[in-house]
Design a protein around this ligand. Structure first.
Ligand code: SF4
Ligand code: SF4
Length: 503
C-alpha cells in the first residue's frame, strides 16, 4: 500500500484577469512549477519552493502564493513537519538534507536583549555631528607598549606588533565557497567588501582567478578537505582561516555533490571534474590543541608571519575552553559560528538540533578569555544568525570584536531563504552553477545592494552607539553593562553576564 502524498506546502495561483500571457513565469521558475499547454499556463504547486522568483518577475503582480493551504489534524507533538519527515524517510531511507540555518522556533536571545541609551545625566552623541570610530583591528594586541624617547623628542616603538586586519566597519562577510554559491555571487560579495573597506571569506572552495583583483579583501580558508590550498592561494589572502567547524553542522564535514563540480569549480578546488568534494569531519592532522597550534604556525611560517591566522569553530558546549586553547596557539582571531549559521547543504537533524546560540557562545568565550588574562591575545568574531544592526551591536557588547554575516548578504542579492540551496537550481543565480541561472545575477548591481546593506547597518550601528554615549567600537566591545535581559531566565543571564531589565 502506498504512503500517499502529503499536503501541499505552497499553493500557487495566477489571477487570469491580470495575466498578460508574457510567459515570464515559465522561463523564470527553475523548479518547473509552470508550463504551457496551448494558450494556458498550467501550475504544478507541488514543485514550488517559495523562492518568489516568479512573483518578483511577473509584470502584472498576477501570481499569488499561499503557505500550506491544507494541513493535518493539529497535534502539539506530532507536528506536520515531524509527520512529513517520517513519511519522506520511510520512502527514501536517507538523511534529510536542508539549506540555510536552524529553522526550529527556539527563542532568539538577541530579541530578549535590549540596549541602553543616555538620558539627562549622561549625554548622547550625535554621529552626524561628531566623529564615531568604527574602525576595527583584528588580531593580537600587545599587553603593553615599549617605547624609546629619543633626544630630539621623537618616539620609537620598540614593541614588535603582529599583523592585524584593518576593517572600516566591524561587519565582514562570512565564508561561502565557490561551488556552494556561483562565481557571480562571490564576485558580487568581493566587490561589495572592497567598496566598504571590509573583508570576506573564500569558503573552502579555493580562489577563482576572477576574484584575484579583490584578494586584498579576502580571507582564504583552509578546511579539512584542503580544496584549492597551495602556497599561491595562501599568499593571495589578506588573512588565513582554518575551519574546524561550522554552526549549521558541528562535528561533521561537508559534501559538494559531483553535479556541482563543473570545469571551473574543479580547477579552483583542484579536484577532478564531476567528483564529489567531500570534506572529512575532522582535519586528519588535528586531534588536539597542540596539533592545531602546529598548523597555525605552519601556515604562518609558509607566509613569513605576515598574515593573521583565524580559527573557526562551531558554537558548542565547551566553545569557551576551546577558544582559550586557540588563543594560546598563535592564532590571531577565533571565529565562533552559532547554531543559526547558514549552510548550502546540511543534514536537517544537525541544523536544527546541534550546537548553541551565538549570543551565549560569544559571551562565554569573551568571559573565559578575560578570566584567563588573554583577551588581548586574540580577536573574537561572531557569526551565525545576525539579522540586523541591533544584533551586531549586541554581539559586540557581549564580547565580539567583529561579526560575519552570510544569509543577510545573500538576501541582499535576492535570496528568499527557500532553503533549497543544496539542489543547485537557485533561480536567483546564487546557489547554483547552472550557466543560465548564474547569468541572472549581475555582480555590478548586486555588489551595490550588498554594499548598501553594510553601509546602512554601519550607520545604524553608529546611531545605536551614539545614543548610548559611546563614540568608539572599542568602548562598546564587551560592555555588557549597556545591555539588559528581558524575559531571560536566571541561568541564561548568568552565562551572558547581563542584568535583567530594571536592575
Ligand atoms: S509572469 Fe505574470 S503576467 Fe506573465 S504569464 Fe506569468 S502570471 Fe502571467
Ligand atoms: S540561495 Fe537560492 S536556493 Fe538558497 S535559500 Fe536563497 S533563494 Fe533559495
Amino acid at each position: 500500500m502506498s504512503l500517499g502524498s502529503v499536503p501541499l506546502k505552497y499553493k500557487v495561483s495566477i489571477d487570469r484577469e491580470q495575466c498578460m500571457h508574457c510567459m515570464r513565469c515559465i522561463d523564470n521558475c527553475s523548479y518547473g512549477v509552470f508550463h504551457r499547454e496551448d494558450d494556458r499556463i498550467i501550475i504544478d504547486s507541488r514543485k514550488c519552493t517559495a523562492c518568489h522568483h516568479c512573483i518578483s518577475m511577473c509584470p502584472r503582480d498576477a501570481i499569488t502564493l499561499k503557505e500550506r493551504p491544507v494541513d493535518y489534524r493539529s497535534h502539539p507533538l506530532w507536528t506536520a513537519e515531524a509527520r512529513e519527515d517520517i513519511i519522506n524517510q520511510a520512502r527514501s531511507g536517507k538523511i534529510i538534507l536542508s539549506g540555510m540555518g536552524n529553522a526550529k522556533p527556539y527563542p532568539v536571545i538577541f530579541d530578549r536583549l535590549v540596549l541602553d541609551a543616555c538620558q539627562v545625566t549622561n549625554p548622547s552623541i550625535d554621529p552626524l555631528r561628531e566623529p564615531m570610530e568604527l574602525r576595527t583591528y583584528l588580531g593580537k594586541k600587545p599587553s603593553r607598549l615599549e617605547i624609546n624617547k629619543k633626544d630630539n623628542g621623537d618616539v620609537e616603538l620598540l614593541t614588535k606588533l603582529t599583523p592585524n586586519l584593518k576593517l572600516d566597519t566591524p561587519i565582514m562577510i562570512g565564508h561561502m565557497s565557490y561551488g556552494a554559491i556561483s562565481l557571480n555571487a562571490q564576485l558580487s560579495l568581493a566587490k561589495a567588501v572592497e567598496k566598504t573597506g571590509t573583508f570576506m571569506g573564500t569558503g573552502e572552495g579555493g580562489l577563482h582567478e576572477a576574484i584575484y583583483p579583490y584578494q586584498k579583501n579576502m580571507i582564504v580558508q583552509v578546511a579539512s578537505g584542503r580544496f584549492g590550498v597551495d602556497i599561491n592561494y595562501l599568499e593571495r589572502g589578506a588573512a588565513i582561516e582554518i575551519k574546524i567547524g561550522q554552526g549549521a553542522k558541528p562535528g561533521i564535514g561537508g559534501h559538494l555533490p559531483g553535479e556541482k563540480v563543473c570545469q571551473d569549480v574543479s580547477c579552483t578546488r583542484m579536484i577532478p571534474l564531476g567528483s564529489d568534494a567531500i570534506s572529512p569531519a575532522p582535519h586528519h592532522d588535528i586531534y588536539s590543541i597542540e596539533d592545531l597550534a602546529q598548523l597555525v604556525r605552519s601556515l604562518k611560517e609558509a607566509t613569513e608571519w605576515k598574515k593573521p591566522v583565524f580559527v573557526k569553530i562551531a558554537a558548542v558546549h565547551n566553545a569557551a575552553a576551546i577558544a582559550a586553547g586557540i588563543a594560546r596557539s598563535s592564532a590571531d582571531a577565533v571565529v565562533i559560528d552559532g547554531f543559526r549559521g547558514g549552510s548550502g547543504a546540511t543534514p536537517k537533524v544537525f541544523r536544527d538540533n546541534v550546537g548553541i546560540p551565538i549570543e551565549a557562545a560569544v559571551a562565554s568565550v569573551d568571559q573565559k578569555l578575560k578570566d584567563q588574562g588573554i583577551r588581548n591575545k586574540i580577536s573574537v568574531i561572531a557569526s551565525g544568525g545576525i539579522r540586523n544592526s541591533a544584533d551586531i551591536a549586541k554581539s559586540i557588547a557581549l564580547g565580539a570584536d567583529a561579526v560575519y554575516i552570510g544569509t543577510g548578504a545573500l538576501i541582499a542579492m535576492g535570496c528568499r531563504v527557500c532553503g533549497q540551496c543544496y539542489r543547485g537550481m537557485c533561480p536567483w543565480g546564487i546557489a547554483t552553477q547552472r550557466p543560465d541561472l548564474v547569468e541572472r545575477l549581475d555582480p555590478e548591481v548586486e555588489s551595490e545592494h550588498v554594499a548598501n546593506l553594510i553601509r546602512s547597518w554601519t550607520l545604524e550601528l553608529s546611531e545605536l552607539m551614539g545614543a548610548a554615549g559611546i563614540n568608539s567600537i572599542e568602548s562598546l566591545r564587551s560592555n555588557r553593562s549597556r545591555l539588559r535581559g528581558y524575559m531571560l531566565d536566571e541561568g541564561t543571564l548568568d552565562v551572558l553576564q547581563v542584568k535583567p531589565v530594571g536592575a
